[in-house]
Design a protein around this ligand. Structure first.
Ligand code: TRP
Length: 360
């Protein structure tokens, strides 16, 4: 049976081939990218120190992907302006975020780390893409809609903010990124990126790959109050926190309300501390489960135990972080090197774009 025939049958049966999927997971990687290492473009806005939720949901998967992919790591400093026009701290924030990344295990020799603002091609591709998308399509994007509602900035929304996904698509396609590791909330941006790639290729010729979103396997880690972990809520444990601060932040953390005191049986499945145990104390979860449900283990001790495990796992990262903090010049040099490498790829893509468009 030919490939097209298989595809046709799969369509009829309603089961989309894995090769057509916009979103893929770890178990699909080997099948989809059997011939060539995928290029991965990952990014974050430099808005402050990273927390352990960023570590679990983003940094740790990025580090693991280094072995099987070609990684590019973008610091989206222009995107940071969408929610805060004060640019005076962006250089420091970018260096600080790069420190979190490197300390967590991103190897800048292997995978360039670079700032959006230092590579002019981002702005150039953003401009071209802005011609390919309607205002209506942008207004329908749920990721931007949610943010505008959360921030209450409906009437004051800027053109740049509405165009957030246009710049993000340029970020990704400038490096001809095959995969973008994201959380569920970012999938709409990747969908728009795919539309840009298809539209451009249809209008002008084949330049861009059809990017896929790569969903992290670990569900989002709740903050110490059980809500979504977020700096603006103040419920985070930072990668850069000291061991003492980590324990201090865990003390008032929410647990099962039915377990008022030691001796009461608790329900680990509704307790966020238990979800932390599952992540950082995987070998000890059975013991914790038994202790909690029987009442033998009190919440105070249970939190202390998980705090120790968290601290143990972050100790080497925090040590490395401290060393890098002492030497911001070295980190700046890492960025400059990464920017040189990224710029070369970006320039090559723009050459292909210009050739396809018959400019010049
Ligand atoms: N929107 C992303 C975030 O808020 C940041 C980002 C900008 C990004 N450009 C990107 C992420 C390109 C991945 C790829 O986290």
């Amino acid at each position: 049976m030919s490939q097209t025939e298989i595809k046709r049958i799969e369509k009829i049966e309603g089961s989309e081939s894995i090769h057509d999927k916009a979103v893929i997971r770890k178990e699909d990687l080997a099948t989809v990218y059997s011939k060539k290492k995928p290029r991965i473009l990952s990014g974050m806005r430099p808005t402050g120190k990273l927390h352990i939720g960023h570590f679990v949901g983003a940094l740790e998967p990025w580090v693991k992907l280094q072995d099987i992919a070609e990684n590019f790591h973008l610091i989206a400093d222009y995107h940071a302006l969408t929610t805060n026009l004060d640019s005076s701290h962006l250089t420091d924030l970018s260096i600080d975020m790069a420190i979190d990344w490197i300390a967590a295990g991103i190897d800048p020799e292997h995978a360039p780390i670079f700032r959006q603002s230092q590579i002019k091609e981002h702005a150039e591709l953003f401009l071209i893409f802005s011609m390919l998308i309607t205002k209506n399509r942008l207004e329908r994007n749920p990721a931007v809609k949610d943010q505008v509602r959360d921030l209450g900035i409906d009437e004051r929304m800027t053109f740049g903010h509405l165009g957030y996904p246009v710049l993000q698509a340029a970020d990704i396609l400038l490096y001809r990124g095959d995969l973008v590791p994201v959380g569920e909330d970012q999938v709409p941006h990747v969908e728009i990126t795919r539309e840009f790639a298809r539209d451009f290729n249809n209008h002008y010729g084949n330049v861009f790959p059809i990017t896929r979103a790569f969903l992290s396997e670990f569900p989002r880690l709740p903050g110490v109050d059980g809500k979504r972990m977020s700096k603006s809520v103040g419920n985070t444990i930072l990668i850069s926190d000291s061991a003492e601060d980590t324990q201090k932040k865990l003390k008032p953390a929410f647990t099962d309300p039915q377990k008022a005191r030691k001796g009461d049986p608790g329900r680990p499945e509704v307790c966020l501390i238990y979800s932390y145990h599952q992540k950082w104390n995987a070998d000890g979860t059975e013991e914790i489960y038994a202790g909690c449900t029987s009442g033998a283990l009190g919440c105070v001790d249970c939190k202390k135990k998980v705090g120790e495990k968290i601290n143990e796992s972050f100790e080497p990262i925090r040590e490395k972080r401290k060393a890098l903090e002492q030497n911001p010049q070295q980190v700046m040099q890492i960025l400059i090197n990464g920017e040189d490498r990224a710029r070369a790829v970006a320039a090559e893509t723009m050459k292909q774009v210009h050739d396809a468009m018959k400019f010049g």
